[in-house]
Design a protein around this ligand. Structure first.
Ligand SMILES: CCCCCCCC/C=C\CCCCCCCCCCCCC/C=C/C(=O)SCCNC(=O)CCNC(=O)[C@H](O)C(C)(C)COP(=O)(O)OP(=O)(O)OC[C@H]1O[C@@H](n2cnc3c(N)ncnc32)[C@H](O)[C@@H]1OP(=O)(O)O
Ligand SMILES: Cc1cc2nc3c(=O)[nH]c(=O)nc-3n(C[C@H](O)[C@H](O)[C@H](O)COP(=O)(O)OP(=O)(O)OC[C@H]3O[C@@H](n4cnc5c(N)ncnc54)[C@H](O)[C@@H]3O)c2cc1C
Length: 663
């Protein structure tokens, strides 16, 4: 009979775990779909994944192609909905060319193509009769999109664009799916007509033949090579691509934002030029939601293992202390648990924000676009940095065993860290947020109302002077007090930076000089958004015994831990005193004690199968030691007692030593 080594932990929970599962999933329906698909994937041997790190690149990649084809077959056989298919991709847990096809190529056509273009290309893409990638980044430029060098020159004689890579640095470099699989790509290039340049635009270009999969004439394409970590992101074929005067019909330029007429005239639509960047906004909001997935997974492993692992403190031969009971462990682990829940909430809000802007754009209302850009960029940066650091912290929280591949943490880290770079380097994105904030501050005096996530700046005078009203530690549990402290911090930092900027004659020069401070301002603003959205969520009716109370504790842990980590910001802006900061820390410690008995149940609420977690340390039943021991013997090195190469290389050394000793 299977023994649940964590049963005791589970019995301590003070809330309804089943109801928390629904909060985590977003709705009862979402939970049911997710639960069903997770089981479907876990029970299908075709989706086995524990051997990935031992495969060579070619075998690994072929295995991914097999899985993708099988997944597609099952999606069609079972007639899965879009939601179900997307859950299937999530639980299969393997980066593949299909991510870029569905996650970027299709959205780029939807967002930047005209109705006519959508009608032509989307049915092909939806049936996967063509497979697309998103080819923007080049060897020489990624962040600086305006600096891309690939050209698309209109030839009025033939009514075609000539796509060309004029330099080595203009080679497309990084696009996922491009290396070996994609038949088409949305290629970003500088538009040239009648000898004039018109900025970067997207073009649908066929890369490989649909008959024999060979590159079309004028195209050089391949994979860019092995990436960080074993297995990990190497299931993806990130590619390199060069064009030698490749011709495409005029109607393959994505023309929702600008059109090129038969004569080569460029006509701007009434939508803003920035919509050319719309796919990045879409993916950044997806990445925010996904951060909670990756962080919760690491936290689930570290929490369960911390409850299993015991070190020191045995009294009279009794059990040693569970490491989760050490305050230092709690102080590292519980803020990550709280962050996972916080990012879940903010991810949900981000979905709402995106739906809202999409509807507005349809009605030609572009007013919220700058804010949506700032929110998606800023929160993508904040959540991915925190998640990447959080996964590594979870590895350390698991001590030595966390470094084993079978802990599930090294591969999770290797797959996750590029999220800090792709879809915009996190620092570059925070600088975008800072620009938006400096603009907002500069407009405060002009009567323009600060709205949305910057509405708090409308109370700049009050926030510049307010003094926090905390008398005792429990006061820090009041949402109004926390909000005021975060708003005062963000406002004061923004205003201080804006004042410093105004000392520079040249704004751009000032921006460069102060960029490190500006990044901190952007972080303060984004952390405020997360805290405020979590607090807003708690104002809703949340059913289930004790569920809301747990979420309130986690929200307070998230906020007070940030306050503690960024104490310098809060103190130097004068809103709170050192005594109040110390009370916040007392409250944080007390919250840890309240989270402690619920910790295992709070990670059970993520509803992850053992297949998905892929971690011996994070097993649901906590049966860690026998399984670790068993697993060691499965390593190919243990197939033979004496390893290959021993007689050839090591034995001669030993014999030499023996000879020397005899001499
Ligand atoms: C094996 C199993 C398989 C299973 C299969 C199952 C089948 C599948 C079924 C379902 C599956 C579903 C799967 C879905 C998965 C989805 C997952 C998605 C995967 C993601 C993987 C990621 C891969 C990575 C991709 C990339 O990295 S793409 C490249 C990204 N590149 C960047 O992000 C570049 C960053 N740089 C920039 O964004 C900008 O250029 C800049 C930094 C903003 C610089 O801009 P600036 O210099 O200011 O220049 P301007 O261009 O002049 O802008 C000025 C102006 O514009 C505003 N602005 C800027 N950006 C935007 C924007 N995006 N939106 C709106 N506005 C913007 C800016 O604020 C300025 O405004 P003002 O003038 O008003 O100030
Ligand atoms: C796994 C992975 C998958 C990818 N997939 C795709 C894809 O499918 N399609 C695609 O088109 N691209 C893809 N990319 C490329 C990715 O979008 C870029 O790498 C990313 O946007 C960062 O750009 P960069 O490489 O030019 O970095 P750089 O901008 O060169 O960054 C280098 C350093 O310079 C700093 N820096 C740069 N500019 C500034 C500035 N203005 N101020 C201060 N500091 C600055 C950065 O912070 C960073 O520390 C992928 C990348 C990875 C790693």
């Amino acid at each position: 009979m299977e023994v649940d080594h964590l049963a005791d932990e589970r019995s301590k929970a003070q809330f309804d775990v089943e109801e928390m599962k629904i909060v985590w999933a977003g709705s009862r329906h979402a939970f049911q779909v997710s639960d069903r698909i997770a089981r479907l994937v876990a029970s299908d041997p075709a989706f086995q994944k524990d051997h990935r790190a031992r495969l060579g690149r070619k075998e690994l990649f072929k295995n991914t192609l097999r899985k993708a084809a099988y997944a597609w077959k099952r999606i069609n056989e079972l007639r899965l909905t879009e939601e179900e298919a997307s859950r299937l991709r999530f639980f299969v847990d393997e980066p593949a060319f299909t991510d870029l096809h569905w996650g970027m190529f299709v959205p780029a056509i939807k967002g930047q193509g005209t109705e006519e273009q959508q009608q032509k290309w989307l049915p092909l893409a939806h049936k996967m009769q063509i497979i697309g990638c998103y080819a923007q980044t080049e060897l020489g430029h990624g962040s600086n999109v305006q600096g891309l060098e690939t050209t698309a020159t209109f030839d009025p004689q033939t009514d075609e664009f000539i796509i060309h890579s004029p330099t080595l640095t203009s080679s497309k470099w990084w696009p996922g799916g491009l290396g070996k699989v994609a038949t088409h790509g949305v290629i970003y290039a500088r538009l040239l007509t009648n000898g004039q340049e018109h900025g970067v635009h997207g073009f649908i270009v066929q890369i490989r033949s649909l008959d024999d999969h060979l590159p079309l004439p004028g195209i050089t394409v391949g994979d860019i090579g092995i990436k960080f970590g074993s297995g990990a992101y190497n299931t993806m074929d990130n590619g390199v691509l060069r064009f030698d005067q490749v011709r495409i019909p005029r109607n393959q330029m994505l023309m929702r934002v600008s059109q090129v007429t038969r004569e080569g005239k460029v006509v701007q639509s009434d939508v803003p030029r920035q919509l050319v960047y719309g796919t990045m906004v879409f993916v950044r909001k997806t990445i925010v939601g996904d951060a909670s997935n990756a962080l919760s997974r690491a936290v689930c492993i570290a929490t369960r293992y911390s409850a299993v692992r015991r070190q020191f403190g045995s009294q009279k031969g009794g059990l040693e202390t569970q490491v989760i009971d050490y305050k230092t462990q709690q102080n590292r682990l519980f803020p990550l648990l709280a962050s996972a829940y916080a990012f879940r909430v903010v991810g949900e809000w981000m979905e709402w924000l995106y739906t809202d802007v999409t509807q507005r754009l349809k009605a030609n209302d572009f007013s919220t676009l700058p804010e949506v850009h700032a929110c998606t960029a800023g929160l993508k940066s904040l959540t991915t940095s925190a998640t990447a650091d959080g996964i590594e912290e979870c590895r350390k929280l698991c001590g030595g065993h966390g470094y084993l591949h079978s802990s599930g943490l090294p591969e999770l880290f290797a797959v996750y860290v590029p999220a800090c770079t792709y879809e915009g380097d996190n620092i570059v994105l925070l600088l975008q947020v800072a620009r938006f904030l400096m603009k907002t501050v500069s407009q405060l005096g002009s009567g323009k109302k600060a709205v949305g996530t910057t509405a708090y700046m409308g109370r700049v005078e009050q926030l510049m002077q307010c003094r926090c009203d905390v008398q005792n530690a429990e006061d820090w549990l009041k949402p109004s007090i926390v909000m005021e402290a975060f708003e005062a911090r963000a406002t004061r930092m923004s205003v201080a930076c804006a004042r410093n900027l105004s000392k520079f004659g040249n704004q751009e020069e000032g921006f460069l000089e102060l960029s490190a401070d500006l990044v901190e301002v952007a972080v303060a603003h984004c952390q405020l958004i997360v805290v405020s959205k979590f607090i807003e969520k708690l104002q809703q009716d949340i059913p289930g015994k004790g569920v809301k109370n747990q979420l309130e504790n986690l929200c307070s842990v998230y906020a007070l831990n940030i306050l503690h980590k960024h104490l310098g910001d809060f103190l130097s802006t004068g809103c709170i005193t050192p005594m109040q900061a110390s009370l916040a820390n007392d409250q944080l410690r007390s919250l840890y004690s309240q989270v402690r008995p619920n910790a295992v149940a709070l990670v059970d609420a993520f509803n992850y199968t053992d297949h998905f977690l892929s971690s011996i340390l994070g097993r649901y039943d906590g049966n860690v030691y026998p399984k670790l021991y068993e697993d060691a013997w499965k390593d190919p090195l243990n197939d033979s007692i004496v390893p290959d190469g021993f007689h050839e290389y090591v034995q001669p050394i030993l014999k030499q030593q023996l000879r020397n000793a005899k001499l």
